[in-house]
Design a protein around this ligand. Sequence first.
Ligand code: N01
Length: 550
Amino acid sequence: MASSIESTPIRSESVPHSATGAEPIKQFDAIVIGAGVAGLYQLYRLRELGLSVLCLEDGGGVGGTWYWNRYPGCRFDSESETYGYSFSKELQQEWDWKEHYSGQPENERYLNFVADKFDLRRNIQFNSHVTAATYDKAANLWEVQLESGQRMRCQFLVAAVGILSARYIPPFEGIDSFRGQSYHTSRWPKEKVDFSGKRVAVIGTGATAVQLIPIIAKEVAHLTVFQRTPNYCAPLRNSEVSEETQRRFKATYDEIHKKCLETPAGFPYDFDRRRAMEVPKEERLKFYEELWALPGFKKWLGNFRDIMTDPVANEDFAEFVRNKIRARVKDPAVAEKLVPKDHPFGAKRIPLETEYYEAYNRDNVLLVDVRETPIERITPKGIKTTDREYEFDIIIYATGFDAITGALTRIDIRGETGQTLKEKWAGGPRTYLGLQTAGFPNFFIATNTAFCNYTVCAEKVVEWITDCIRYVRDHNYSRIAPSPEAEDAWVKHVNEVGSQTLLSGTKSWFVGDNIPGKAHAILLYANTAPAYRAKIAEVAEKGYEGFLLQ
Ligand code: N01
């Protein structure tokens, strides 16, 4: 489909695989796929347990999301002090966050710092793209295969492949014919892309594009943004961390983390206890203005408690946001194109922005609404819509990810019957607690699939998996997998909880609707993060209730 994208610099910079298929097959107690936030911590924990562990990483360095997503403007939308690991007090004291919403280069440095501090690299094999993993029932071993042909075996296989790592490029006709440079934001080259004097296209207006656009708008000769669905973007209000604040973080990390563990979505703030429509209009507006002036997700996750469940409450705030957008864009016709009208506020992840809307006030930026004039094809010179052909030097695909399941189903993972995970999940993901799937013994999924600030929940998931493996070994079991009944009940519960929120009715990666042909299914557990953690802890306390131990 997208060979010109496949061959963008980020692919060709990959160094050759460190081993070939001719080498003997090595065996480990555990293999972790992925050296991102969850994978690094999983490696650390399993090694601490005394297991022989190999971590296989597709990239040339650690960081996962923060290794691959190097596009200009990439940064946290979580508060930096909440995104860092909490498991090591020493680490917390040694690391200084420079910005309240830290940028990609700094985040990558942080994860390198972690890898060095805990000497993790000696167990990581980089440039190792996992293509298949097959369970051998007789041997009770997983055999993992790399693109290079190299194979290795293990008893426990942990996929820490991330939730937003399988990039999505729409299958535009003629995509390979473009003669300029093409980039997908999540495979951005390490070398600086020179935009000066260039005519640039950005396809997509999700959180990624919203970070990228205002920065490159100032560098390019001309920028054309192809938008299909406008988003409710809210001001990030990033700033530097002062020395005094740094000291406060370091002195109060325990409290910060405790707060994150208590709140529904793992952030250091909670929903307002009031229902929106119970509050008089004037007071509501005052509250909205106060929220708007605050940094980060407070406008969403610090809003009235029924914002995500009551359509009337949601629409009230949505209209407030629409007016904020209208006030920032000079041309009313352009402003109206940027105003979302077809989905509730927060039903898609809210992009947090810095000068995003102001970018459209620039003379060198053009917004094309592809609902009015759809993209027909990519041409050697640029992009042809139903209206006209646009010529470009660079096309940037900010078109998102095959989220949550894509990074798993793109690997040929086969369980005890030979069925692939892709086949099993054709109608949507089927797991028990998001941690294991029936018929795939000793295979764990170490990604945070709760609706939660990433590291806050990922750490707990990694710790749960570690404790589970310890339990299996200490009790002389050889394998663990969920019972089909427990899995059925969990899938039903996840769907029920999801259907009670405004998430399920909106087209987005939360429900798989951004990928043509992907089953519509709620992909995140929409209950509160504390409820999720309580549930997985309870299951463990009850001797891994719902799991089959052999
Ligand atoms: O991806 P997206 P993203 N023709 O799926 C458009 C996290 N993140 O990479 O909305 C034209 O949101 C698509 O249009 P539509 C965050 O969780 C975090 O931006 O489907 N357009 C949409 O505009 C986020 O939610 C940070 O109509 C097409 C865009 O491409 C998640 O990553 C920063 C198209 C894809 O938007 C994903 O964000 C960035 C087509 N055929 C990202 N196909 C932080 O701040 C797709 N699009 C931490």
